[in-house]
Design a protein around this ligand. Structure first.
Ligand SMILES: [Zn+2]
Length: 163
């Protein structure tokens, strides 16, 4: 939440956020400044904690099989001589396939029942990898925003220097 602080007079300040407006005198204002400073530094620590956790998970994921693609059901012919599936489309067997686009071409690879779980885990790890990358992107964005806010606050206090 963004909180704006406005000076109303020599001893009166107004804090306003999305849902509130608070008018206070100078000593209250100084206490609130202190409170906001604590909140800002704890937000930075939250971001660092989140980033550390995500990096740990990223390391874990890097040791696992990772795979794009999806598992699809398809009707197939088994190829056994004399099986009804050879001539009757309705008698075809349902089978699991890995469908994945590689180098611009979608390939379908038949999965034996014993391979399905392994492939499912690799696809899930890939999906989780993207969530981790999203989380890390969120950390970087949070840092950039917080740093920009801190620069603005520094300038308002009369720091003057460009960040
Ligand atoms: Zn068959």
């Amino acid at each position: 939440m963004l909180i704006s602080i406005q000076k109303l007079g020599s001893d009166r300040f107004e804090f306003s956020g999305g849902l509130f407006t608070l008018r206070v005198n100078r000593s209250w204002c100084e206490n609130l400044h202190c409170y906001i400073a604590v909140r800002v530094s704890s937000k930075r620590q939250d971001t660092q904690r989140r980033r550390r956790k995500l990096h740990e998970e990223l390391r874990g994921l890097s040791f696992q099989p990772l795979m794009r693609g999806s598992i699809v059901d398809r009707m197939r012919r088994c190829g056994r001589a004399g099986c009804a599936c050879a001539s009757d489309p309705a008698a075809r067997h349902s089978g699991k396939y890995l469908s994945v686009n590689l180098d611009g071409r979608t390939v379908a690879i038949h999965l034996r029942a014993e391979d399905e779980e392994r492939v499912r885990r690799a696809i899930e790890a890939y999906r989780r990898l993207w969530e981790v990358i999203n989380g890390l992107t969120g950390c970087e964005v949070a840092d950039l925003r917080r740093e920009a806010r801190e620069r603005v606050r520094g300038r308002k206090r009369g720091g003057g220097g460009a960040g």
